[in-house]
Write a protein that binds this ligand. Structure first.
Ligand SMILES: C[S@@+](CC[C@H](N)C(=O)[O-])C[C@H]1O[C@@H](n2cnc3c(N)ncnc32)[C@H](O)[C@@H]1O
Length: 256
């Protein structure tokens, strides 16, 4: 098994942001599931950014990931207590029926089948359990320099999907949950990321639309972004407006 991310494990691990406390608080509020002692199936767990956020809050996590190198990094970077790491496909979860309190897809649901993934989550959830998708995105409407940074990616990367495109919007997980008979709750959570310029460029390299380009084109894009961002932030530290898009669907209690 493998994915495009297996080629950018270092960049992903070093460059991608974590999630703000407010995101985890909102997951608890909207799901009705407290993390302490909860069994959470974290699908598309990658290098473990979401998995470690859940573990640190007391959850028992089964991390499911299709990319062997990504999962290897997760295992290397994550304390062993409380986590199970499985090489597997989120469209056919290697988990028994009805054992999970929560299923999470942090930044990953859009890689799965929209119908099968939700059906699989329902299968493994206990009655009254919940599922949650979320995505960290930059918020270019709050900063012209960030809008320009996104436009440069759109120009350079044929596979770019992001806020520089007029028809771009968050993946339709709310519609998929509604289609499955749930009543999803949606929330946008704003936050700010302070990050060094070189780490921000690693983050860009870790996106699938950059990771899938020829190396020479990647280096040309990185050089251009370094120059342009360096003009805006001569001190080399960026203040990036971000927001997390969260969707949570609760399943009915038994007999509900
Ligand atoms: C953008 S990463 C998100 C990683 C992590 N959850 C985080 O918060 O950073 C998406 C992950 O989903 C994985 N993935 C893609 N398709 C998958 C599938 N069918 N089953 C399991 N994982 C999958 C990719 O390999 C990648 O590691």
């Amino acid at each position: 098994m493998g994915t495009v991310f297996d080629g950018v494990v270092e960049e992903y691990d070093a460059g991608r942001p974590g999630y703000p406390d407010a995101l985890y608080d909102a997951v608890v509020e909207l799901s009705g599931v407290a993390f302490a002692g909860a069994v959470v199936v974290d699908v598309g767990a990658g290098t473990g950014i979401s998995t470690r956020g859940l573990l640190e809050r007391g959850a028992r996590v089964v991390a499911v990931e299709r990319g062997g190198r990504m999962l290897g990094r997760l295992v290397a970077r994550t304390p062993r207590g409380g986590v199970g790491a499985v090489l597997g496909d989120g469209n056919a979860l290697p988990v028994r029926d009805g054992v999970a309190d929560l299923v999470t897809w942090a930044q990953s649901w859009h890689w799965l089948d929209p119908v099968v993934s939700v059906a699989e989550a329902r299968r493994v959830l206990r009655p009254g359990g919940a599922m949650a998708t979320w995505w960290n995105t930059v918020d270019p409407e709050s900063a012209d320099w960030l809008a320009a940074y996104e436009v440069r990616q759109a120009e350079a990367c044929p596979a770019y999907r992001g806020p520089a495109l007029e028809d771009w919007g968050p993946p339709p997980s709310a519609a998929a949950m509604a289609e499955a008979g749930l009543a999803p709750a949606v929330r946008w959570i704003p936050w700010r990321r302070v990050i060094g310029l070189e780490d921000f460029l690693l983050d860009m390299r870790s996106h699938s639309w950059v990771a899938s380009m020829p190396a020479e084109e990647v280096e040309a894009l990185v050089a251009r972004q370094r120059t342009e961002l360096g003009r805006v932030f001569p001190g080399g530290v960026l203040d990036v407006p971000m927001r997390v898009y969260l969707v949570v669907g609760r399943t009915p209690e038994e007999g509900g």
